[in-house]
Write a protein that binds this ligand. Structure first.
Ligand SMILES: [Zn+2]
Length: 490
């Protein structure tokens, strides 16, 4: 995701706005089948999800846990989905509640009881009634009703779009030592962590809407006033879709990938599509081929700058024109860092966000026509970071400059953004200076190839970069990630 702060923009034309996972290549992957009907009168949806879950762990499992992210939008939720500063931008018509109401759960065809955990029922536990041994599969069917809030957010409806992000029950990642990881939804960052899976979505919606979805449209049919569109998306860690009765669209191509741009107020849609094509070309050349057949870039009602999903990125309609291309380039870089190579975005957000910011700077460094060069972006990041330190030291006397901590441990949004994005890009630029341009790009290419469709931890990241560079980088990353690198602030 990409967030922007006004005080940062005083110092630089632009810099970050805001914004995922585990299985190795030889593991079998789970599949999801989602059937959903959207009711635009009540802003609700009736849905049914079938998950064929494969136990890829070494342990026998007696239950499966799911995230129910829409319940973070409910009245009972502990904390808001946005900060106080963003409340009006998120809820322009006043506070509005949403959620997911689970009605039935069955395991291998037999109805079962289920339990909720955490505040506002954001975790669903499904007891299996038997032990699921390693490599065995269980079929879990969940019926539910979604209520969308009137909110300019990942999940919600606004004036122009209906956003279905993080809308369905998704299995929590299972780690051998920790069990199911059930970290909550928080307003900072992208609090997500999931595994690669295969998806089928069948979405029904009123005829006057157009759908942008993260997958290949394999079938569309009309039934009275409703259209039903079926999408397939394989080897992705999430799916999302956006509906609008105002969408126009353009289509372009990057190698074998169709790029669709959906928009309603963009004054230069061809320019935005061209940026998306150039970004996909550049990252494919730099890091490794984009492995999917389509990508949707979608203008949306969204409180932050943008948001990444596999094969679909949201770009906020509230962005000022000068930032639009930057956010498109940033969110598309996430297709590599988070999309294909995943990580626990709740506990190790630096892994995808810092690398995405660095990749974005490389993109603009190679595309002079945008009037931004690489050094300008790095200089801007340095100025912004020093300004952040100065202001925060005045307010708090001490500033926590560590990057390696969970989203919940960042006390404010500026603390999160400046440490993860801004400090992160400076860290990668410093590494680039140490290793040289050729070597860092070669490592990133190997990193993408080696960890594709997996989740990477900080430990794995540091070990891989050390091995490939032929240099022990443990101290380097430790000093940056744990806040030991000091900036001189005048
Ligand atoms: Zn991001």
């Amino acid at each position: 995701m990409k967030k922007f702060f006004p005080f940062i923009l005083v110092f630089i034309i632009l810099i970050p706005v805001f914004i995922c996972v585990g299985c190795s290549n030889d593991k079998k992957i789970s599949d999801y089948s989602i059937i959903l009907t959207y009711d635009d009168v009540n802003n609700t949806a009736e849905a049914n999800t079938i998950v064929n879950y494969i136990n890829n762990s070494e342990n026998a499992l007696s239950f499966i846990k799911f995230h129910l992210y829409p319940n973070a939008f409910s009245e009972e939720a502990d904390g808001s989905v946005c900060t106080t500063v963003n409340e009006v931008k998120t809820y322009p018509n006043g506070k509005s509640w949403g959620g997911i109401d689970i009605s039935k759960v069955s395991v291998n065809g037999a109805l079962t009881d289920f339990e909720f955990e955490e505040c506002a029922n954001t975790i669903l536990t499904v007891p299996l009634g038997f032990e699921l041994f390693p490599d065995e599969t269980v079929k879990i069917q969940i019926e539910y009703k979604l209520t969308l809030p009137n909110a300019n957010h990942r999940f919600g409806y606004g004036e122009n779009t209906v956003n279905f992000g993080n809308f369905y029950p998704i299995v929590c990642v299972y780690e051998e030592k920790e069990g199911f990881i059930t970290d909550p939804y928080v307003s900072n960052g992208d609090p997500f962590y999931s595994e690669i899976a295969n998806y089928s979505l069948s979405i029904s919606y009123p005829c006057d809407y157009t759908i942008a979805c993260s997958g290949d449209n394999i079938r569309t049919s009309e039934n009275g006033d409703f259209i039903t569109t079926t999408f397939i998306s394989n080897k992705v860690r999430d799916v999302s879709f956006i509906l609008s009765d105002k969408f126009s669209s353009l289509k372009g191509k990057s190698n074998d990938t169709d790029i669709y741009y959906f928009y309603y107020s963009d004054q230069d849609p061809q320019g935005s599509l061209d940026t998306a094509i150039k970004a996909l070309n550049f990252y494919s050349d730099s890091f490794g081929d984009y492995p999917y057949s389509s990508l949707c870039v979608v203008e949306t009602n969204f409180v932050h700058g943008g948001m990444e999903y596999p094969r679909l990125v949201m770009i906020s309609d509230a962005l000022v024109e000068e930032d639009y291309d930057y956010v498109i380039a940033h969110e598309i870089a996430h297709q590599w860092w988070y999309g294909v190579v995943g990580n626990d975005e709740f506990n190790e957000a630096w892994i995808d966000e810092s690398l995405t910011e660095f990749s974005t700077a490389l993109f603009f460094g190679s595309h002079k026509e945008y009037g931004l060069n690489y050094n300008q972006i790095i200089d801007g990041a340095n100025s912004n970071y020093k300004f952040f330190l100065k202001i925060y030291k005045k307010i708090n006397s001490e500033v926590d400059t560590s990057m390696l901590r969970s989203l919940i441990d960042f006390k404010t949004e500026p603390e999160y953004v400046n440490n993860i994005y801004t400090r992160g890009i400076i860290m990668f630029d410093t590494l680039k200076q140490q290793l040289g341009d050729k070597k860092i790009l070669s490592i990133l290419k190997s990193y993408f190839k080696n960890f594709a469709y997996q989740n990477v931890s900080t430990e794995q990241f540091v070990a891989f970069f050390s091995k490939k560079s032929g240099t022990d980088l443990e101290k380097f990353f430790d000093s940056w990630l744990n806040g030991k690198v000091v900036f001189i602030v005048e």
